[in-house]
Design a protein around this ligand. Structure first.
Ligand code: GUN
Length: 286
């Protein structure tokens, strides 16, 4: 039997409808969630992402500012802008689009963002809170992965979750979130010798390695939940995940497509974080 597709777009639309409702409630109290997006340079993919984030704000009734800075902007000018946004009351979330030009120290920039406005969840204090299990703004893609699994009605507690990939943006935080949901978690990476064998023991397999169609059916236990975080551009211009979707379809129990799986969730979770940050600033329960 074919795996059931987990439709990220539908789940994302449902969350967006909830955000619109909550935003309308906040507006009655005179609060408009506000997001500042900062783009330095001309990276074409980043430009597209930043445009999508601004559009999402508009659709959901948020206030937004997009700061497009020249490639040769100095680190101190960028830090000065962040400092200004940290203090600006109309802004509840700040996102500096990565990657930054080489002359700018990414860590210094992430560290400069107020933890209360860290809607990317990349600040070391946010990461620490995530590990401890304290309230914090969660990184968008990992939070989206958990939300998709839960909203599909799949139980996480007690399951064996295998994460392939250990990046700071996806692999590590998604492993921590799965642990927080009471899964038993194994993290595999490029130096793991028996990855295929380990992956085949997973009830939930999350793949985030950035290699098109690298994970085939031999990595998947029959009936497993397969979450594909990869978005890779093929030579023919089409998009493909890290999982070989067609090859895995008959083995997996559930699978996220690419496109239309995890992708649509990421910006929606960013919007949810901005809403959360606005509520936290005004001490409204989250
Ligand atoms: N570049 C690619 N993904 C991301 C992300 O999630 N956040 C930021 N700030 N930049 C990115």
């Amino acid at each position: 039997m074919s795996a059931q597709r987990i439709e990220g777009k539908q789940i994302s639309d449902a969350i967006r409808a909830e955000i619109v409702q909550e935003t309308a409630e906040l507006k009655k109290k005179g609060i408009v969630p506000g997001l500042a997006v900062v783009l330095v340079g001309e990276d074409p993919a980043s430009k597209v992402y930043v445009g999508s984030k601004a559009k999402a704000c508009e659709q959901l009734g948020f206030y937004s500012e997009v700061h497009r800075l020249a490639e040769n902007t100095s680190q101190s000018d960028l830090l000065a802008l962040i400092e200004k946004l940290n203090k600006q009351d109309s802004i509840h979330g700040i996102l500096v689009q990565l990657p930054l030009p080489k002359h700018i120290d990414e860590k210094a920039v992430i560290d400069a963002i107020s933890v209360h406005k860290d809607v990317d969840g990349f600040h070391p204090v946010s990461v620490g809170n995530l590990v401890i299990g304290d309230v914090s703004l969660l990184p968008c893609t990992p939070a989206g992965v958990i939300e998709m699994i839960k909203r599909t009605g799949i139980e996480i507690a007690g399951k064996h979750a295998v994460v392939i990939g250990r990046s700071n943006i996806v692999g590590k935080p998604v492993a921590m979130l799965l642990l927080r949901e009471h899964a038993t978690v194994t993290v595999c990476h490029s130096k793991t010798p028996n990855m295929e064998e380990i992956a085949r023991t997973a009830d939930i397999l999350v793949v985030a390695i950035g290699k098109a169609k690298a994970i085939g059916a031999s990595y998947v236990k029959p009936g497993a939940v397969v979450i594909d975080v990869g978005i890779n551009r093929l030579e023919d211009g089409k998009l493909a995940g890290d999982v070989d979707y067609d090859a895995v379809l008959e083995t997996a129990g559930y699978i996220t497509p690419v496109p239309g799986g995890v992708g649509p969730m990421t910006i929606t979770m960013l919007m949810l974080n901005t809403l959360k940050a606005a509520k936290q600033t005004h001490a409204i329960g989250v």
